[in-house]
Design a protein. Structure first.
Length: 51
């Protein structure tokens, strides 16, 4: 369990950061939350839960 708390015991190199940035496609694999359809889906979900 102690291992789960040791999340800050590493460092990213410049190469690591560059590799991660290369993976960013600026698109969602699941849905585009900026579309009217997605906003309506979220709105309906929230309203149906009374949130």
């Amino acid at each position: 369990m102690a291992e789960n708390f040791a999340i800050f015991d590493f460092a990213l190199t410049e190469d690591d950061i560059a590799s991660i940035q290369e993976m960013d496609t600026d698109t969602s694999l699941f849905m585009d939350h900026r579309t009217v359809e997605a906003v309506k889906l979220f709105k309906d979900f929230v309203e149906s839960r009374g949130i």
